[in-house]
Design a protein around this ligand. Structure first.
Ligand code: SF4
Length: 385
């Protein structure tokens, strides 16, 4: 495999044919007495063209196409529902082979970078292009069915962890979405910020990132991929080690106070906020790059001037940009966004302290596609019934 980073120390075993790298195809091809170069042909069909039906792999001999079908090569996900927001954000409901469902969101770039909730990759700095390029779409991917982390402000956390997603299921969200794009659009960045905690499924997400960056597949730069975490310290260090800082990091902080943060995010009892920030300090960022800090503003919980002061103190000296996200409404919680004046005051305090800060107006909130609102196509309702 050609890639600019080291293989993660222990790359997980492939769970299915469709998540194999070319060299992982070779033993099977040898068994079938096929030449080695077939491995790259098959890999390209799956990861460049997003095609899993071997019957359509026209440059393979018929006997091999039949053998792949017999061995179970098939699409890991299928689109079973779509919703389009008034701001053109598109949410797709995907069903996997065990009929479990997750969601993925396509966020087109807009004329208002200030309002881009998911404008998290550093692609504008990377290629110097105009961020208002309407052809670019950022895709938000899910990585687990449900989530074990139980954050109070998040629909996915209400469901609990149902199961991990495989690397093939994670990657196939992109091939599924590509059929939904307009001719002029392209997926220019991905954020692992949908359902699930990516670093709680490290094996699958690290394989997925490498599959997406493979030169015979999507060949997407790792720098256009953002992994979001609620703060799993050992896995942040592992990501740093395995990918050398090439992958962008986003960390949910939501409070600089341990008691408040533990109440909002149970994981804080295991990894207190200062330990998380120390892991962020250790994370290798390029000279012009910053770690994204997510801060959901919740009325009377973490929205006071004192909260803003503590946040500034906590993050002093760490290369960050802060996304302030007024709480999006979700079912079964009383939590709500602060009044606009409190949001502005918080924003101004951070700005006044010299921080890079963005106020992220929700995208796709009319179709429940905004931050914290993604659930599992009815699983939330079923689990809470
Ligand atoms: S915010 Fe993220 S980590 Fe927390 S419950 Fe939701 S999906 Fe899980």
């Amino acid at each position: 495999m050609q890639c600019s980073v080291q293989w993660p120390q222990k790359l997980s075993e492939p769970q299915s044919l469709s998540e194999r790298f070319p060299d992982e195809w070779e033993p099977l091809l040898a068994e079938l007495q096929e030449p080695r170069y077939r491995s790259v042909q098959i890999f390209r069909w799956i990861h460049k063209r997003g095609l899993f039906n071997s019957a359509e792999m026209t440059d393979l001999p018929l006997s091999l196409r039949e053998e792949l079908l017999k061995r179970g090569l098939s699409a890991p996900t299928a689109i079973v529902g779509r919703r389009i927001s008034s701001d053109k954000t598109r949410k797709l409901l995907l069903e996997m082979n065990d009929r479990r469902r997750v969601e993925t969101v396509l966020i087109p770039h807009t004329s208002s970078p200030q309002s881009e909730l998911f404008s998290l990759s550093q692609e504008d700095e990377l290629d110097g292009n105009d961020s208002r390029d309407s052809r670019r779409v950022t895709q938000c991917l899910s990585c687990q069915v449900g989530c074990a982390m139980g954050c109070r402000f998040c629909a996915s956390g209400k469901v609990g962890l149902i199961r991990q997603m495989t690397a093939a299921e994670i990657v196939s969200q992109i091939s599924a979405a590509q059929g939904e794009l307009k001719e002029t659009e392209r997926i220019s960045a991905i954020v692992l910020m949908g359902i699930g905690e990516p670093l709680h499924n490290y094996g699958a997400i690290s394989r997925a990132l490498l599959l997406l960056s493979h030169p015979d597949g999507q060949a997407m730069s790792l720098r256009r991929m953002t992994v979001s975490t609620c703060g799993l310290v050992p896995e942040i260090d592992r990501l740093a080690k395995d990918f050398g800082g090439e992958v962008q990091l986003a960390v949910s902080i939501h409070s600089a106070d341990d008691a408040v943060r533990s109440d909002l995010m149970p994981i804080n009892r295991k990894y207190p906020v200062r330990e998380v920030v120390e892991a962020m300090r250790r994370y290798p960022t390029g000279t012009h790059e910053r770690i994204t800090v997510e801060y959901t503003l919740i009325r009377r919980i973490n929205d006071s001037e004192n909260d803003a002061r503590r946040l500034v103190k906590l993050l002093r000296g760490v290369p960050v940009k802060v996304n302030l996200i007024p709480m999006n409404p979700i079912e079964c919680t009383q939590l709500e966004a602060p009044p606009e004046a409190a949001v502005d005051a918080f924003y101004n305090h951070l700005r006044g302290a010299g921080m890079m800060v963005f106020l992220r107006r929700p995208r796709g909130d009319d179709i429940a596609a905004a931050c914290g609102q993604l659930a599992l196509g009815g699983e939330l309702r079923r689990n809470l019934a």
